[in-house]
Structures are given as structure tokens and as C-alpha cells.
Design a protein around this ligand. Structure first.
Ligand code: GLN
Length: 195
């Protein structure tokens, strides 16, 4: 049975669990670092990256999360989760997990477009998905080993590097599970090589 954990410190946790379960997989809320050992892949949800980082430090998650990535277990960062995963943030000296070679701009679509929906073509998905953006970041620069999966108005909004998948939108807020299935496939691939 494939088990996907959702980092449960802050943000949109429940919606991810529902989507995971709708695919017949097991979803668990990860509230303690030890739980990382029980899961095949981890979702870093949307929410508020600065608040999430504070809680990551408070609950001793920083090193365990980096180790989880070091052994190439798949991680999927959505929105604030993408901010956490990035190795550089525009206008800031600080970054968080440094597990994907992207430079992310936070709250990047401006106040006027605080939250909106867009039809998005995603590499690897046959027809467009409806993507929900909420105070969304975008990827200003992607390293050469990063695969760009989607762009909106020339801005990169979904990408993958090896075992790390990120998107600027909230795939858990629609009934369409196809983006999550990209992540599930990464987990299945990992399990193949890990045995
Ligand atoms: N703007 C938030 C941040 O930078 C992300 C918003 C979201 O996750 N919906 O943390």
C-alpha cells in the first residue's frame, strides 16, 4: 500500500488527504519527524511559508526533511510548499529546505490578482487542468536540471527536478486529481528502484 504523508503543521492539509484517499491510497498527517519513516512520499501543502518554517524549526523537522530528500524520497510542494522547497527566494537572503534548483518569487501575481483560476496546460497531462492560484508564487528562474512542466503568462508555475515536484497553484482544491497522479507515479517509480 502506498502511503503519502502531508506535512500537518499549518495550511491546506485536509484537502490533500481527501484527494489521496480518492485515489485509493493511504494519506497520513505528518506532525512528528518520526512519521517520515512510515511514508513513501511527502506533500508540503500550501499555507503561509514563513509560519510553516517557524513550526518546522519548532518541531525539529528541518534536518529530517532534508534527510528524507537526501535518500531521494519524492516530495511535492504546492504553493507555500514550493516556497519551502526552493533554494533561492527573490529579495531574501534566506531560503528553507534547498531541495530544488529554482528561484521563487512570493506573492508574485500582485494584489489585483490575489486569487484566481486559470486553465493550464501541463506537460505530461493530455488536456488542460483548472488551476487555483491563491497569493501564489512563481518560479523566476529554474536551473538547467529542472524540467518546466507549466507556464502561465510566461511565468513558470510547475516544475520537477528528479524526485522533487512543485507547483504554484493548489491542485487539492479541485476534483481533478491528475496533477497528484504525476506525483503518485514518481512514488511508484521510486519504489521500483528502492527494492
Ligand atoms: N504567499 C504564501 C507564501 O509565500 C503562499 C500562499 C499559498 O500557499 N496559497 O507562503
Amino acid at each position: 500500500m502506498t502511503t503519502i504523508g502531508v506535512l500537518g503543521l499549518q495550511g491546506a492539509v485536509e484537502e490533500h488527504l481527501k484527494q489521496i484517499e480518492s485515489l485509493g491510497l493511504q494519506g497520513i498527517v505528518v506532525k512528528k519527524p518520526e512519521q517520515l519513516e512510515e511514508i513513501d512520499g511527502l506533500i508540503l501543502p500550501g499555507g503561509e511559508s514563513t509560519a510553516m518554517r517557524r513550526l518546522i524549526d519548532q518541531y525539529g523537522f528541518l534536518e529530517p526533511l532534508k534527510q528524507f530528500s537526501d535518500i531521494k524520497k519524492p516530495i511535492f510542494g504546492t504553493c507555500a510548499g514550493m516556497v519551502l522547497a526552493a533554494n533561492k527566494l527573490v529579495g531574501s537572503e534566506d531560503s528553507h529546505l534547498n531541495i530544488i534548483d529554482i528561484t521563487v518569487k512570493r506573492n508574485a501575481f500582485g494584489r489585483q490578482r490575489d486569487s484566481f483560476e486559470a486553465e493550464l496546460d501541463i506537460y505530461g497531462i493530455e488536456t488542460p487542468i483548472t488551476a487555483v492560484f491563491i497569493r501564489a508564487p512563481y518560479i523566476e528562474k529554474a536551473g538547467e536540471n529542472v524540467e518546466v512542466l507549466a507556464k502561465l503568462e510566461e511565468k513558470i508555475v510547475a516544475a520537477r527536478q528528479e524526485h522533487i515536484l512543485v507547483c504554484a497553484f493548489h491542485p487539492e482544491l479541485t476534483a481533478d486529481t491528475r496533477f497528484l497522479q504525476l506525483f503518485v507515479q514518481m512514488i511508484e517509480d521510486y519504489k521500483q528502484i528502492a527494492v
